[in-house]
Design a protein around this ligand. Structure first.
Ligand SMILES: [Zn+2]
Length: 280
């Protein structure tokens, strides 16, 4: 299992790797918003764990780092959301968090858990909760279809964006920096990237199901501080293979079934049904 790399600061957190032995993770620390850096660290850590655990025989080849970004994002988002926003993840380490950041000593674990899963409609994708985040991606994918398939003129795009925000999240941005201009992706021509995030979450629903079948309850593993067993499973089933399998092949080999959003939707209904006391 690899462990070599570096951690440093940047304006926007990202991960880059040069081989399984040189993986670099960055973060941005907002003095008044420690949660942002905590979840960025967990997210980028997921990317980093992936790249450190690819078969080292693939170093310096195209197989060495997974270029299928839906699969890569599935790993960062599995750590960030499925594990990091699970209350049991925090049970073994919440006291330590209070030692490092004393303001958390005043906040109960239950309140902390509710805050990190507080669902609210918001303008900015990177600040969205796990649930409404999906709508931010669907909206962007539809905008990409409007641009490339439907040839909607550029000057009509901001209004189309605002209409979609109203349709999906019942809010209308006051300006384009809260709206269509908020992300860096399109300005650097990364059209088609956004779906990777939601595909990653769809894969995560399937991976969660399979892990629970093979290793038992993720809640119990996390509460007992046995997260390394989950990491080892991901190392062996996914990371080791680097870029040598297509996403469809990864999911079918690991989960034994075709890609489906059903497990993710079931996970959302159970988790948020419990947090918000909802019944179907
Ligand atoms: Zn990512």
């Amino acid at each position: 299992m690899g462990s070599a790399g570096a951690v440093d600061e940047t304006e926007h957190p990202f991960t880059t790797s040069f081989s399984s032995k040189d993986v670099r993770v960055t973060n941005h620390y907002h003095e008044h918003d420690p949660l942002s850096a905590i979840f960025s660290a967990i997210h980028e850590g997921g990317h980093g764990i992936f790249d450190q655990n690819v078969n080292p025989d693939y170093d310096k080849t195209v197989a060495g780092s997974c270029g299928y970004m839906g699969i890569h994002e599935s790993q960062s988002r599995f750590y960030e959301n499925i594990l990091g926003r699970n209350k049991n993840f925090w049970i073994p380490i919440y006291e330590k968090l209070g030692e490092l950041l004393p303001q958390f000593q005043e906040i109960s674990l239950d309140d902390f858990y509710r805050e990190i899963n507080h669902v609210r409609n918001s303008y900015i994708r990177t600040e969205a909760d796990e649930l409404t985040y999906c709508f931010h991606i669907i909206l962007r994918y539809e905008m990409e279809q409007a641009i490339f398939r439907d040839q909607v003129p550029v000057e009509e795009l901001p209004a189309l964006w605002n209409q979609k925000m109203k349709d999906y999240l019942q809010i209308i941005p006051e300006n384009d920096s809260q709206g269509i201009l908020q992300d860096v992706h399109w300005s650097d021509a990364s059209f088609g990237y956004f779906p990777s995030y939601l595909l990653g979450s769809i894969y995560d629903g399937m991976l969660l199901d399979t892990i629970q079948q093979e290793l038992g309850s993720v809640d119990e593993l996390l509460a007992a501080g046995r997260i390394s067993e989950i990491t080892k499973w991901l190392n062996e089933k996914i990371h080791w293979y680097g870029n040598t399998r297509k996403p469809k092949e990864v999911i079918e080999a690991v989960c034994g079934r075709e890609v489906s959003a059903e497990p993710l939707i079931r996970y959302f209904k159970k988790k948020y049904g419990e947090i918000y006391g909802l019944t179907e």
